[in-house]
Design a protein around this ligand. Structure first.
Ligand code: PEP
Ligand code: MN
Length: 353
């Protein structure tokens, strides 16, 4: 169970500290300090680590708060949380978060492979893909039913009919379903069918949508905006976490740069960087990150080498006929080859897929 902090709103000046308990602090002392934190009008969040327990204390700043906490029984130190994001930060939670939903397990040593078409197009297309990717080792099925398209004249997705086909594919294969939700009014509908709610790159800073998926009690795959900084991505995740939803996966899917040889530029340094800064699992999308099928297998393997906790890959039984993103989709044999490559890299690093 991933614990989370409650929501903070309307704070004038934020007090965000970690109360670090001594190594041998007793349960009574910890309980006492939780009550102290709350009696000072702050929200508390206890994290039991392998070495020691810490209590995150977040709320409105008052001048005497730090001293009041530092003198408590069993307290070793009270230190500020320096990152602009709090709940997502490694400072607050040292242990990596693992997101588990149905067949999909991501983070803390587990590598999840989410594969499937850019868009759900027909029953035959989604079922054929689902069975094939499952046989090749995928642990979740992706497929867009609500599609955010640059042009209003492009295929917009099958909407609820697409969600129904995804549910059918889950029934037949047991694969967890990852699908995008584009607006707050669709969250309830999409959450009825999906196992993981994807927030797309274009919506990373749609804060009302982030709050809505935070309230939806389903794991969220949050994609990095093409021009968002790492801090902005983590603060976007913070919106979801603050609603009480601990199951957030971050997705590096490439950013917009001056370089034009790929659709986006895929900066894989963000994987170890994010692991350093946050306990949340990191998924990489080499399909959108490169925009060319022939680049995807190598960048998928490179993502695993960089420490990714998961991959999201576009796979289509007949990419030439795809209604969206065929040029970056793997066909079924190419997906099998990509899995083999990723497994070899993982094995070399003592990980398993
Ligand atoms: C997608 O996953 O199909 C998609 C639209 O991705 P992104 O939001 O990263 O562009
Ligand atoms: Mn796509």
């Amino acid at each position: 169970m991933n614990a989370i902090l409650p929501k903070y709103s309307g704070l004038r000046e934020l007090f965000s500290m970690i109360v670090v308990m001594e190594r041998g602090a007793t349960p009574d002392q910890i309980q006492h300090m939780v009550q102290r934190v709350e009696s000072l009008g702050l929200k508390s969040h206890v994290i039991h680590g392998t070495e020691r327990t810490v209590i995150a204390a977040i709320g409105e700043k008052r001048s005497e708060t730090k001293e009041a906490l530092a003198s408590g029984p069993g307290v070793e130190d009270v230190v500020p949380i320096l990152a602009p994001y709090k709940v997502a930060s490694r400072e607050v939670k040292k242990e990596p978060t693992q997101v588990v939903v149905g067949s999909l397990k991501v983070g803390a040593g587990a590598v999840g492979i989410i594969a499937g078409p850019c868009s759900v197009e027909s029953e035959e297309q989604i079922l054929k893909t689902a069975h094939a990717v499952k046989n090749a080792g995928a642990t979740a099925l992706r497929g867009g039913a609500f599609k955010p398209r640059t042009s209003p004249y492009s295929f917009q997705g099958m909407k609820e009919d697409g969600l129904k086909l995804l549910a059918l594919a889950r029934e037949q294969t047991g694969l967890a379903i990852v699908t995008e939700v584009m607006s707050t009014e669709d969250v309830e509908l999409v959450a009825r069918y999906a196992d993981v709610l994807q927030v797309g790159a274009r919506n990373m800073q749609n804060y009302r949508l982030l709050e809505a998926v935070g309230q939806a009690r389903k794991p969220v795959l949050l994609k990095r905006g093409p021009s968002a900084t790492m801090d902005e991505l983590l603060l976007a995740a913070e919106y979801i976490l603050n609603e009480g939803n601990p199951d957030v996966m971050l997705c590096e899917r490439g950013i917009r740069t001056f370089e034009a040889h790929t659709r986006f530029t895929l900066p894989l340094a963000s994987v170890p960087y994010l692991h350093h800064k946050t306990h949340l699992p990191i998924v990489v999308d080499p399909s959108h990150g490169t925009g060319h099928t022939y680049l995807v297998p190598d960048m998928a393997a490179a993502s695993i080498a960089a420490g990714a906790d998961g991959l999201i890959l576009e796979v289509h039984p007949d990419p030439e006929q795809a209604m969206s993103d065929g040029y970056q989709s793997l066909n079924l044999p190419q997906f099998v080859e990509t899995m083999a490559k990723c497994r070899a890299v993982a094995a070399a690093l003592g990980r398993t897929i």
